[in-house]
Design a protein around this ligand. Sequence first.
Ligand code: NAP
Length: 544
Amino acid sequence: MANNQNDKNVDAVVVGAGFSGLYLILKLRELGLSFRVFEAGSGVGGTWYWNRYPGARCDVESMQYSYSFDQDLQQEWEWSEVFASQPEIMKYANHVADRYALRGDIEFNTTVVSAHFNEVTNRWAVTLESGEIVHAQYCIMATGCLSSPRAPDFKGMESFKGAVYHTGEWPHEDVDLAGLRVGVIGTGSSAIQAIPVIAEQAGHVTVFQRTPNYSIPSRNGAMSPEYADAWKSEYQTRREIQRTTPNGNYYERSKVGAMDVSDAERRRIYEENWEAGGTQFMAAFKDLSLNQAANDTAAEFVRERICEIVDNAETAELLAPDSYPIGTKRICVDTRYFETFNRDDVRLVDISKCGIDQIIETGLRTGGEDFEFDAIVYATGFDAMTGTLLKIDIQGRDGLTLREKWEAGPVSYLGIMVAGFPNMYTITGPGSPSVLCNMMVAIEQHVEFVADSLGDMQARGADVIEAGPEAEAAWVEHGIEVAYKTLYPKAASWYMGANIEGKPRVFMPYIGGMANYAAKCREIVADGYTGFLFSDRAAAAKRV
Ligand code: NAP
């Protein structure tokens, strides 16, 4: 059924036109459902639409960070680099939008402000910023995991007279930093990609670091025809294998523990993985995320590499992390990040003890020193996983809001539905593998789960599907149990909500592995959607 942008009553509303939203459109069309898709940006691409800072690039290989649902698409599309840059990923997202004529089904520059479930009609009332209200049986949140940038609230922020940027909201116009004095706050994945590129352009760069990060060289390069052909000749098989891995990536994973080999052999393996580059470093041994002693060996190896690369011993020491296990904050992947600190025009300032005192008219003040800048770049991250959902006023049964329900941290069944919020799906929501997985694999799995579930609803003639409270409680308990078997909760990471003051400390993504998760989903579906509750219109009428 065609999407009708004037229709006030549709089968489904989709919020977001990133990679989840785009694939959902195809699925909703296949199902013959009417729908409207709302996107806050002026174009498709979601995370990649907003994060266009210098150096932005995916840390999952291009051949794997792409849709697998269409054999022709994956055979025809050509990536120019092993790890695609943000502009190339945007080109891909736009190609997909054009190839399947998706654009006409998306309402751009349209922000959803609230979604309230009506228990009499079993319909969601979705209110847009314009005041328009759209009623839909299903509300599908395709809002992304890292889509609410977080700017700190330093004293005096408004007083700075220079230019201000946030990596997660980088302007769409060209930003010319040539010759400027630039201050960068933050040293996470975004900063680690941006700093080397900014340093090439700017006159001088000062980096303010609160916590150093482990980063592995990406070894990015041009895509060779042989490499692309090797993938394309067995794309379907490799895609299948991706789905049977813990994190949706096709690469070698060791079956050996780090402490089960000699010191010399361990070192050889780390060196091999360091030379290979990328996040795959964490798969050098099977227990790096589980065993502190094993993890210590990997952390020490990376610290040594940092100290080798960075000329100034004091700077090297500051850049070498030692306050949390490697990999428990998202491991970073870089191109000449540590080397950048050997430049005369780049300075590292440690703010681990004093923080940023305040922003001043001419720059910022910290540790008793005033720094003068023409531009400040906040690379301070996101209100991850829950931020965007909680920005929307979402109200389920009995007037319960999602903000109330998630006051002590997000809870859900499979990360896809929340008890008390019927007919609302959260694509890659908290409680699903999402950010611990190649996002494209996680997105396709969730979109297909939702589409199957909508088809099942049609077949059984039900009006409402919702997560059962017991199933939700059991899933949350299981999620906590698997998380605390790993070293992840030891780090004050955004996975734990620890980057936002006052945010509950809960390990948000599901860490039991993508393959296990997908198998569990298949089992639940095969058993007739165990843990989900269904009702029809008559049941709704009886309730009132
Ligand atoms: P992030 O990892 O949360 O890093 C934010 C940085 O800002 C941290 O260094 C943090 O220090 C610092 N910071 C925050 N508030 C501060 C304050 N008040 N004062 C001083 N420093 C402060 O955010 P991100 O770098 O944007 O990355 C977020 C996630 O996006 C990544 O983990 C990754 O999953 C994804 N990402 C992926 C790619 C890729 O595919 N290559 C690229 C970019 C981002 P603390 O550590 O001390 O909190």
